[in-house]
Write a protein that binds this ligand. Structure first.
Ligand SMILES: Nc1ncnc2c1ncn2[C@@H]1O[C@H](COP(=O)(O)OS(=O)(=O)O)[C@@H](OP(=O)(O)O)[C@H]1O
Ligand SMILES: Nc1ncnc2c1ncn2[C@@H]1O[C@H](COP(=O)(O)OP(=O)(O)O)[C@@H](O)[C@H]1O
Length: 398
């Protein structure tokens, strides 16, 4: 870092946009936050009015961004898988001048492969792999499916293009056309015919990749997240659920219990709002990585803040997995009556500051898949509510 500029790591979507800005793929757009442009950089308030160095998730400085949003590249992007396939429009012109350019946001079907085979000369498959763009496949899955399609053609190459979705179909279409046009630079662009309503057939090699990417619902990555007050029954229910899953023997389980995590992964953190948020984000990050590999994680921290729970949901869903939130809604009076660890008495006596429910807030979730009040109920009865919801959603049949 030079001149002690403040550093900031943008979101995956912003990093994708940065790459397209600095390679000229967004031309004539060259900077963030131009009037009316959807290509935006959301800096923290304290960094908004100064020059900032943008770094990738490994801390590599990529660019400087000025207060007006203009961007000065420092180096090319190097983060993430299949980097060798990410060519700039300039590199594409050097290597593939005269080819026909075909944008892909989904796997190539058997019909589409025939369409591609009928194109004369070289075909460049532009795999649009930016955040939120690939349809029904992960970015890696789309690249693999595109490589498999290229293998089945006589003269085809794959170029990965980090075109992110801006969550508006019209805007995405316009930006996509702009980017693809910049890659083709006057050469032919061919848009594949959309598959019809009938069941789509895929070449075997591509079908295998789709199957690998899309396990059956009960084999997909899953994060079961229990939230509630201390003593509400999170750990008890999480343990009972874990036993059920292990008894059935179809899946392994990673348990991320609040107290247990605080003894290792989050050792040293306290109970301020900032520390609790860090704790929950750590749990969410680990759980999402487990789920990315189709694993199952059960988390049972208090997780009192809605915004942090939403972040965990985003981590998990961005990893292509399912997030299932259980609100263990046992009221404070009952938790305090149980006072298993004697903590409520201490909190009331002022010996524990910032105690959830007493002197620190608990924000009730409005997005729970199931809400369970354990008051006056057996553990089995409470667990049954969770099992029924899991079964209904086709996630687990225990
Ligand atoms: N100030 C304060 N507030 C709440 N809880 C406290 C506090 N100090 C210690 N404990 C004990 O720590 C457990 C909660 O840790 P978590 O990691 O689940 O909390 S949080 O999600 O980060 O808010 C919680 O365990 P559970 O009873 O299993 O929920 C308590 O035993
Ligand atoms: N239906 C129920 N479900 C879960 N826990 C219950 C239930 N009924 C009573 N309990 C008791 O409530 C306490 C909950 O403690 P725990 O599971 O450690 O809560 P938390 O992890 O939310 O702090 C345990 O002593 C448990 O035996």
């Amino acid at each position: 870092m030079s001149e002690n500029l403040a550093q900031h790591c943008p979101t995956p979507r912003e990093l994708d946009d940065l790459e397209l800005l600095t390679t000229g793929a967004f031309a004539p757009l060259t900077g963030f936050n131009e009037p009316g442009s959807p290509v935006r950089l959301n800096l923290p308030e304290e960094l908004r009015h100064q020059e900032v160095e943008l770094v990738d998730p490994e801390g590599l400085p990529l660019a400087r961004v000025h207060a007006d949003g203009s961007v000065q590249a420092l180096t090319h992007a190097q983060y993430g898988p299949f980097r060798r396939l990410y060519l700039t429009p300039g590199e594409v012109r050097e290597q593939h001048h005269g080819a026909t350019f075909v944008p892909l946001s989904a796997a190539v079907s058997a019909d589409q492969l025939e369409e591609l085979a009928a194109i004369e000369g070289r075909v460049v498959l532009l795999a649009l792999v930016g955040a939120g763009t690939p349809e029904s496949l992960s970015p890696v899955g789309l690249i693999r499916a595109s490589l498999a399609a290229a293998e089945l053609l006589t003269d085809a190459a794959v170029v990965a293009v980090p075109l992110a979705s801006h969550r508006d179909p019209e805007i995405d279409h316009l930006l996509g056309a702009q980017v693809v046009g910049n890659y083709a630079a006057g050469d032919a662009v061919h848009a594949l015919a959309a598959p019809g309503d009938d069941e789509v057939e895929y070449p075997t090699a591509i079908a295998d990749i789709i199957d690998f990417e899309q396990p059956a619902p009960d084999e997909r990555g899953l994060v079961l997240f229990f939230t509630g007050l201390s003593g509400s029954g999170k750990s008890t229910l999480a343990r009972a659920l874990q036993d059920k899953i292990l008894e059935q023997g179809k899946r392994t389980v990673t348990s991320l219990d609040g107290d247990v995590v605080r003894r290792n992964l989050s050792a040293g953190l306290g109970f301020s709002k900032a520390d609790r948020e860090t704790n929950i984000r750590r749990i969410g990050w680990v759980a999402a990585e487990i789920a990315r590999h189709n694993g199952l994680a059960i988390c049972s921290p208090i997780a009192p803040f809605d915004e942090t729970r939403q972040q965990v949901r985003d981590f998990v869903e961005d990893a292509g997995a399912e997030f299932f939130l259980v609100h263990v809604a046992t009221p404070l009076e009952e938790c305090e009556r149980r006072d298993r660890k004697g903590l409520y008495a201490k909190a009331r006596a002022g010996e524990i500051p910032e105690f959830t429910g007493i002197s620190s807030p608990y924000e009730e979730p409005s997005d729970a898949a199931v809400k369970v009040d354990t008051t006056g109920r057996s553990i089995e009865a409470a667990l049954d509510d969770v099992l029924a919801a899991l079964r209904e959603q086709g996630l687990l049949d225990l």
